[in-house]
Design a protein. Structure first.
Length: 628
């Protein structure tokens, strides 16, 4: 019956249905038979590849993302209030908004749907399946509409949601990976004797002193925020520790009591030349409770381990941060909502890339850091550390072959990334691979000098004709890289260290006022803007519309994590602890105070963006709650 109707030859469906009545088979009358045939036609429409492809395209190109608050959830879901009555084309919805809305739906705060214009979808399907205006065509038309509403629409909505989620995941993972790379490649202070301080009010500040290799020398607890007597005692201990341990720099964590502790240290009477640096301690508590920290400091309190991590982060952020799960570092965007397998793979690739780009001093590196070197895994990394502890520092790269289970193949992969400073061969401190040592030796022999002379004397290197050393195994690009490495062997690709000094007049969010120009450090870059630490325990948001005096498509075009910036305060919301900032030069002018500020709390209740001429300004706090 369905086949006869679907052929649409002008037959009367009801008349044809009478011959299919069979009460024993559950078809008591022609209406029931016709209904069953309609269901079969709806299934055919739903399963038709061409029809599905066209409707799928319509969902992706013209689908509208609709979000409404669930009944009675207005108070509980206040942080999602920007999406209580929201709609926009799904194809243009940015990744952070997709993830935010999905999170609200997961928490039963929002009801979300995606639908294209129904009339267009029905027109597409009817153009494929409905032929003519006869009574059988009318049945096909009704079945087609039923197929769309009951079968195709829910199916295509699910597919569209999955595609949007995949797109949002890819973008969020890209942003996270870029931020992590910038953070890992942050400038290191270098090998200095550092005092690390983990601030605290009630329990005091945990203070540690580290040698130039990052080894713990001593630790103590100071109470600089207690009584007058405690403050005086803390200042005395601080000066004594700094003098006895010949401290060359002080790292203060930027957590609770961070600014107060920094002010205390600066006024304690330390030498003026001694740098005092605020260090981002995100993830330090994760490291403190990790297996690696327990193995290194089994008898120490968690907070003391945290102080050690803070001090080491100042010396070499890369070496310390690789000990922490990248997701715990706090530079991501909705990292717990994206595909965890893809996220882990991307972040591990970034860590491996950064570690191998910088290189590792094999005589100082931790097992956790060595694990990320190409060719080494967890077991070989721990074998290297065990061999070093038992036999002393490695004097040459060749000695690595003495490590248990480190064979020629692993040596070939890892040797170029492992550095040995002041070793037997000066090339061991460079990125030149041991397999290229004979080429460098040949260059030196042709110039009648030593390899060390070649590395020291630019005039000797200028006499080298690289084409003479091209062979089947060594090409001109490799020779060019070797010569470049001889100029600055073991050169660290990271920028030189530069500390930032926060404003002395701003220590808490209550001190921040609109119109202020403040120094800060970028702590996180997202698709909708950048978060900046201005020294008040609450990062401010520079919305993408306030990134520059020009159109900015991607905030990473303008700033990166750990970049020093100067921002203008646009608005402070003390109730919700939100600070709106700007990087635009036009935000700082004598007329700045006269121009309208961002919308007030009442003004933010307006739905949609603000339009000014051809420019569109979105609510600068629309997605701030997504920051982990």
């Amino acid at each position: 019956l369905a086949e006869m109707i679907f052929s649409q030859r002008g037959l009367n469906p009801l008349e044809q249905a009478r011959s299919f009545v069979n009460e024993s088979l559950g078809v008591p009358g022609p209406e029931a038979a016709l209904s069953g045939a309609g269901d079969i036609i709806a299934e055919w429409v739903n399963e038709n590849p061409d029809g599905r492809a066209r409707v799928r395209r319509l969902f992706l190109e013209k689908g509208m993302l609709l979000s409404k608050v669930a009944a009675g959830k207005e108070t509980e879901g206040a942080k999602y209030k920007d999406y209580f009555d929201w709609q926009e084309p799904a194809a243009k919805t940015p990744s952070h908004r997709i993830l935010a809305i999905r999170r609200g739906e997961k928490e039963d705060i929002l009801n979300v749907s995606i639908h294209p214009p129904e009339s267009e979808a029905l027109a597409v399907l009817e153009s494929l399946f409905v032929k003519g205006n006869g009574p059988d065509a009318a049945v096909v038309r009704a079945a087609t509409r039923d197929a769309f509403k009951r079968l195709l629409s829910p199916s295509m909505e699910t597919e569209t949601r999955l595609q949007l989620k995949e797109r949002a995941d890819m973008e969020a993972i890209r942003v996270f990976a870029d931020n992590l790379r910038d953070l890992l490649l942050a400038p290191p202070l270098g090998a200095r004797r550092v005092m690390g301080i983990d601030p605290g009010f009630r329990t005091g500040c945990k203070v540690v002193c580290l040698d130039r290799q990052g080894r713990l020398l001593c630790h103590d607890t100071l109470f600089p925020h207690g009584s007058k007597h405690q403050r005086a005692e803390a200042a005395g201990k601080l000066l004594q520790l700094a003098e006895n341990r010949k401290v060359e720099a002080i790292a203060v964590g930027n957590g609770t009591a961070g600014r107060e502790t920094e002010a205390f240290v600066r006024n304690a009477g330390l030498p003026e030349h001694l740098p005092i640096v605020m260090v981002n301690e995100s993830g330090a508590s994760i490291y403190s409770a990790s297996e690696a920290a327990r193995q290194e400091f089994p008898d120490l309190d968690l907070t003391v381990r945290g102080a050690v991590s803070i001090g080491r982060r100042l010396m070499d952020p890369l070496s310390e941060l690789v000990k922490i799960d990248p997701k715990s570092i706090g530079v991501g965007q909705y990292q717990h909502d994206v595909d965890q397998t893809a996220l882990k793979r991307a972040l591990d690739d970034v860590v491996i890339s950064c570690v191998n780009r910088v290189g590792v001093d094999v005589n100082r590196a931790s097992a956790e850091l060595l694990t990320y070197i190409s060719g080494l895994g967890d077991r070989l990394a721990r074998n290297i550390v065990a061999h070093r502890n038992e036999n002393g520092p490695f004097l040459s790269r060749k000695r690595l072959l003495e490590v248990h289970r480190l064979g020629p193949k692993a040596f070939e992969q890892c040797a170029g990334f492992l550095r040995i400073v002041d070793g037997e061969n000066p090339l061991d401190a460079s990125a030149v691979h041991p397999e290229s040592y004979p080429v460098v030796s040949a260059m030196a022999a042709d110039l009648d000098c030593t390899v060390a002379d070649l590395m020291r004397d630019a005039s000797l290197r200028n006499r080298i004709v690289l084409e003479r050393y091209v062979s089947d195994s060594v090409g001109l690009p490799t020779l060019t890289d070797i010569l470049r490495e001889l100029v600055k062997p073991g050169r660290d690709p990271r920028d030189d260290f530069e500390s930032v000094a926060f404003s002395e007049e701003v220590k808490a969010i209550g001190d921040v006022l609109p119109g202020m120009r403040l120094p800060g450090v970028v702590t996180n870059v997202t698709a909708f803007g950048a978060f900046v630490d201005i020294g008040v325990h609450q990062d401010g948001l520079v919305h993408i519309s306030e990134m520059a005096d020009r159109f900015v498509k991607d905030p990473s075009e303008v700033v990166k994590v750990q970049q020093k910036v100067t921002v203008t305060v646009l608005e402070v919301d003390l109730q919700r602890r939100r600070i709106s900032l700007s990087l635009r030069e036009k935000s700082f002018s004598p007329a700045a105070e006269k121009r309208p500020k961002h919308r007030s709390s009442e003004g933010r209740k307006r739905k949609g963006p603000i339009r000014k001429g051809n420019r569109v300004f979105h609510n600068p706090f629309a997605d701030v709650f997504g920051k982990s």
